[in-house]
Design a protein around this ligand. Structure first.
Ligand code: BYC
Length: 428
């Protein structure tokens, strides 16, 4: 008996050691794209020097700040979405939100890896703080605005993954250009997973639009109250959700004119979207870029040094891609023959960061008084009634094989070649 215990405890020790080695490798090993030995800093004042494999001392604190800001968004999104499984419209959608959440967790881990591996004690402390902050917490909220907004229903979830995860894509692309090679390599790894999140968002909204259009056509109705009476989400409400998620996501790019952004670029830490594909001097010493500002009752455009306008430039790159996605949603409506246009609101609408902050701008770009703006607020943004209507559709999860909630069309195909009635999630 004693012998047996001895052997089993030895085996146990061996197993534990092997497990711990595996854990260590699995914990950190998966976060980096392979290293390119010849990689250089490709922009800013260090352009042409070998990419840094360690944190450059003079940039330690700004680099840490960028990594912390990026890392903070990842658990935030899971906190925002964590209750949605209870009201999933199908097992297919439940599976997808699980994948999104697991990958966001992994992206947090990737940033924590950088903090632990390269920043010593203060990195570890920052990593702890990432676990302490909570989305929407009044005392200890997440760093960036959009990550403190609730995601109360699946329409909000799909909008979030379409709009806000795409900010993730653009920010990660800019950081993937970093002269700090471990950050660039981690971001390239994270980008491979981001595409699926945006697919979930775009196809999710598209399926909601499709279902609404089908029901409108079948029943020959178009007034929002008639559409709602049939248990689907009216296009006007979809437009208001779009306005909300687009505008809060535009804020995530920071101020239009930002000395932080200029410093990040000049020091080689954060580049532009597709930096190495752009054909210019990659230092932006003499370049200018247009930004908008509110002067009296007008929105003017002025040229500012391009270095200070890098947030605005990234925001513009983002808007271009967003517009293409909205055009694809529009096609679903057009193909159904319904005379309704989904539009992106004006860039200045409902903004809290940058030159438009503090102004009351309509969806079409008129400058209004606060009173005028408030009198239209719920034509443009979801009202409490809109939220409660959408919430009323989220009563309970749809978990039967191959079934979908009434308010959303099934996807065109299942995941990895599996049929739509595949058991994507099992409840034990
Ligand atoms: N809310 O010069 P400014 C993702 C702060 S999403 C609150 O305007 P800067 C994901 C700013 O922190 C991608 N505060 O801006 C998506 C600064 O504060 P301090 C996340 C804001 O620094 C879905 C002050 O205002 N990654 O991955 O040039 C699911 C003045 O700053 C906001 C990144 O953002 C805001 N919206 O640029 C999961 C990349 N905007 O320091 C994940 C890393 C600005 O003066 N972050 N402030 O107290 C950055 O590159 C920059 O920090 C920002 C801001 C672009 C965010």
């Amino acid at each position: 008996m004693a012998k047996l215990d001895f052997h089993s405890s030895q085996r146990g020790r061996r197993q534990r050691r092997a497990q711990s080695l595996w854990n260590r490798r699995a914990r950190w090993g998966i976060f980096l794209q392979p290293r390119d030995e010849k990689r250089q800093v490709n922009f800013g004042i260090h352009k042409g020097q070998p990419a840094w494999q360690d944190v450059p001392g003079e940039y330690r604190s700004i680099l840490r700040r960028i990594i912390v800001t990026q890392g903070d968004t990842e658990p935030a999104s899971v906190e925002q979405q964590k209750m949605l499984g209870l009201s999933c419209p199908s097992l297919y959608d439940l599976r997808n939100i699980f994948q999104v959440n697991v990958e966001e967790g992994r992206h947090l881990w990737a940033m924590v890896y950088l903090l632990h591996r390269y920043f010593g004690r203060d990195g570890r402390e920052e990593a702890e703080s990432l676990l302490a902050r909570r989305s929407g917490d009044t005392d200890n909220p997440r760093i960036l605005g959009a990550f403190n907004e609730p995601t109360p229903d699946w329409l909000a979830f799909y909008m979030f993954t379409f709009f806000t995860d795409r900010d993730g894509k653009f920010q990660l692309c800019a950081l993937a250009e970093s002269g700090f090679d471990p950050l660039a390599r981690t971001c390239r790894f994270m980008l491979t997973e981001e595409a699926h999140h945006m697919f979930v968002g775009e196809s999710g909204v598209s399926r909601i639009i499709q279902r609404t259009c089908e029901v409108m056509k079948e029943n020959k109705v178009d007034a929002p109250s008639d559409v709602r009476a049939l248990g689907v989400i009216d296009l006007q409400t979809i437009q208001r959700y779009l306005n909300f998620h687009y505008s809060v996501t535009l804020d995530l790019y920071g101020s239009d004119v930002s000395s932080n952004a200029a410093n990040y670029y000049t020091s080689g830490l954060k580049g532009r979207f597709r930096e190495t594909k752009l054909e210019d001097d990659h230092t932006l010493r003499d370049a200018m870029y247009p930004v908008s500002e509110v002067v009296g009752d007008k929105i003017n455009t002025k040229q500012v040094p391009a270095l200070t306008a890098l947030n605005e430039r990234l925001r513009d790159d983002y808007i271009e891609e967003i517009q293409a996605g909205v055009d694809r949603w529009q096609r679903v409506i057009d193909e159904a023959g319904i005379p309704f246009r989904l539009t992106l609101p004006h860039k200045g609408f409902h903004r809290e960061i940058g030159n438009f902050a503090g102004h009351f701008i309509s969806t079409t770009g008129e400058i209004l008084t606060e009173e005028q703006w408030r009198s239209h607020e719920f034509e443009w943004l979801p009202s409490p009634k809109d939220y409660s209507y959408v919430q009323s559709l989220m009563s309970g999860r749809v978990a039967e094989l191959g079934k979908f909630a009434n308010w959303i069309a099934p996807p065109v195909k299942g995941v990895n070649g599996k049929p739509l009635d595949f058991q994507y999630v099992r409840f034990n």
